[in-house]
Structures are given as structure tokens and as C-alpha cells.
Design a protein around this ligand. Structure first.
Ligand code: AMP
Length: 224
């Protein structure tokens, strides 16, 4: 059985933080399309160059680019038993291609769980604008809610930086893209009745990270 977990939620809902912990808890690789794009950007690849303008404007990168990049990544050996997706799918077209691909997965089936983190918009903007990321290990901090002990990353000593697209005006655009294009994906998953079967759990993300984590673990354990 291939285990696939999809973490959904608005930008800044705590998706990245929870996805990283949950992937460790389940022993599944954490595949974040935003991290893959940022890697491509920092290496100056053609894919990174194509994605740059969309990302800096808070818009979604076109489906074809994202889907190719993601499918390439999940074809690697470490994803054979399953993986945890963070930031994908973000459109109904991406969700359709994911399910089509999983439906064709050889072996004894796929167990797909969608965990949807729900956080009010006003909390999102506050969270995103204080967020800091580590260049070394992608760890996530917050200037007020979970500050690092010093200037550098507590985990690896890497440099901390603010994402270009975490500026308040870009967060507003990302939130708009989320409501228009990504929120409908949750309802689409809920209405899906084909193969593979999909279980959708809603988690209140407006609580302490530890409580949110426990709720996420409960969702995926119930399904297992
Ligand atoms: P994230 O780190 O998940 O917030 O992603 C950062 C940015 O990368 C997004 O604002 C989009 O521009 C782009 N991106 C990441 N994942 C996707 C996706 N599944 N579809 C389209 N664009 C994406």
C-alpha cells in the first residue's frame, strides 16, 4: 500500500511546520513544491527563472510546470512507499492529475489522506509577515511566536531570511490565489468518489503548534 498524505491550508496556516513534523512521524519524505521552486530559483535553473515572476507576485506557477516538477520528484526511489505533499495540489487541475497518476500506481493500492488546516485570514497575514526560514535546512521560525535563540538557525546554524513573498502586500495576493484557486480543491476532494479513495480531515490550525500537530497525527492514524 502506498501512503500519500496531502497537507492543505492557506499560506502561513502552519502547513510547512506541521508537514515537516508529520513526515518525520510517519517516516515519509516531505515534498514541498514551494521548496522545490526556491531550490530552482537559488540555483538559477530555467525552471526557477520561469517560476520567479509568478512567485514574487504571489501568483500560482502554471500547472504544467508544477506537475512535471512534482511528478519527477515523486518518481524517485525514496517515494516508492509513499510521501507527504506540502503545497500541492493547489488547483483542481493539479488534484486531477495527482489522482490520475495514483490510480495508475502499480501494486496493492494507495491510501490518500488530505489534512486541511483551517486558519482565519487575519491570523494568516500576521503569521506570514513574521516568518523566517533557514537557508540550510528549511526550518521555519517566527519573530514573535517561535523565535530562534540567536541570529542563526537553532537546528543547523544556517542563515535565516524572510521570503520575498512574505511581504504583507504579496501575502494578500497569495491569500487571494488561495481562496480563488486552492480552497475549491478541498471541496473537490470531498466530492471525489472514485479510485483511489480519499479521506479529508479538517484541523483547526488556530491553536498552539503542539495541539495542531496532535490533531494532525490523530487524523492520519485514524485512517491508517
Ligand atoms: P509555498 O512555499 O508553498 O508557499 O510556495 C511558494 C510559491 O511557489 C507559491 O506562492 C507559488 O507561486 C509557487 N507554488 C508552490 N507550489 C505551487 C503549486 N502547487 N502550484 C502553483 N504554484 C505553486
Amino acid at each position: 500500500m502506498t501512503r500519500v498524505v496531502v497537507m492543505m491550508g492557506a499560506p502561513g496556516a502552519g502547513k510547512g511546520t506541521q508537514a515537516l513534523r508529520l513526515s518525520q512521524e510517519l517516516g515519509l519524505p516531505h515534498i514541498a513544491t514551494g521548496d522545490l521552486f526556491r531550490e530552482n530559483l537559488s540555483k538559477g535553473t530555467p525552471l526557477g527563472e520561469k517560476a520567479r515572476g509568478y512567485m514574487n507576485a504571489g501568483q500560482l506557477v502554471p500547472d504544467a510546470l508544477v506537475i512535471d516538477m512534482l511528478f519527477d520528484r515523486v518518481s524517485q526511489d525514496d517515494c516508492r512507499e509513499g510521501y507527504l505533499l506540502d503545497g500541492f495540489p493547489r488547483t483542481v487541475a493539479q488534484a486531477e492529475s495527482l489522482l490520475e497518476r495514483l490510480g495508475e500506481t502499480p501494486g496493492n493500492g494507495v491510501n490518500l489522506t488530505v489534512v486541511n488546516l483551517v486558519v482565519p485570514d487575519e491570523v494568516i497575514v500576521e503569521r506570514a509577515s513574521g516568518r523566517l526560514l533557514c537557508r540550510g535546512c528549511d526550518a521555519i521560525y517566527h519573530r514573535t511566536f517561535s523565535p530562534p535563540e540567536g541570529e542563526a538557525c537553532d537546528a543547523c546554524g544556517g542563515e535565516l531570511y524572510q521570503r520575498d513573498d512574505d511581504r504583507a502586500e504579496v501575502v494578500v495576493e497569495r491569500l487571494k490565489a488561495y481562496h480563488e484557486q486552492t480552497e475549491p480543491v478541498v471541496a473537490w476532494f470531498q466530492s471525489w468518489s472514485g479510485e483511489p479513495a480519499v479521506t479529508v480531515c479538517e484541523v483547526d490550525g488556530n491553536r498552539k503548534p503542539e495541539e495542531v500537530f496532535e490533531a494532525c497525527v490523530d487524523c492520519v492514524k485514524e485512517v491508517a
